[in-house]
Design a protein. Structure first.
Length: 123
């Protein structure tokens, strides 16, 4: 295992005006560019990417290292103070059973929507 930090691919994205859809953003604006996860478009999004770092699933250690390099570069650009010095400080493992819990939440919301459309009471 190498401790070498990959070169960041992040670049600022200065699209203003109407709300920007995630699909409109270039890969270079994401912490995880290959997966297009965690856009780093302003200081708040940088903080969100740090908070959600360990929730990103199905990524390699190399993806996490690149993501941290991108977060660091965006944090410097947007003047966000990072106390973390390595991606290892942000965590590596998503919550256990996260996929199952998310699927259960979706099913519950769908049931509630169906009940509401039929004029019934919510769960």
């Amino acid at each position: 295992m190498t401790n070498e930090m990959p070169e960041a691919t992040w670049e600022p994205h200065e699209k203003h005006g109407r709300l920007t859809m995630q699909s409109d953003l270039p890969d270079t604006v994401f912490a995880f560019p290959k997966q297009r996860k965690e856009p780093l478009t302003d200081a708040q999004h940088v903080r969100n990417a740090v908070a959600r770092f360990d929730q990103v699933m199905d990524v390699s250690d190399a993806d996490r290292a690149l993501s941290f390099a991108n977060i660091e570069k965006a944090a410097k650009y947007y003047e966000v103070d990072l106390s973390e010095t390595s991606w290892h400080d942000l965590g590596v493992h998503p919550q256990p059973n996260r996929k199952e819990a998310a699927a259960k939440g979706v099913a519950t919301r769908e049931r509630e929507r169906e009940i509401k459309e039929e004029g019934g009471e919510s769960l």
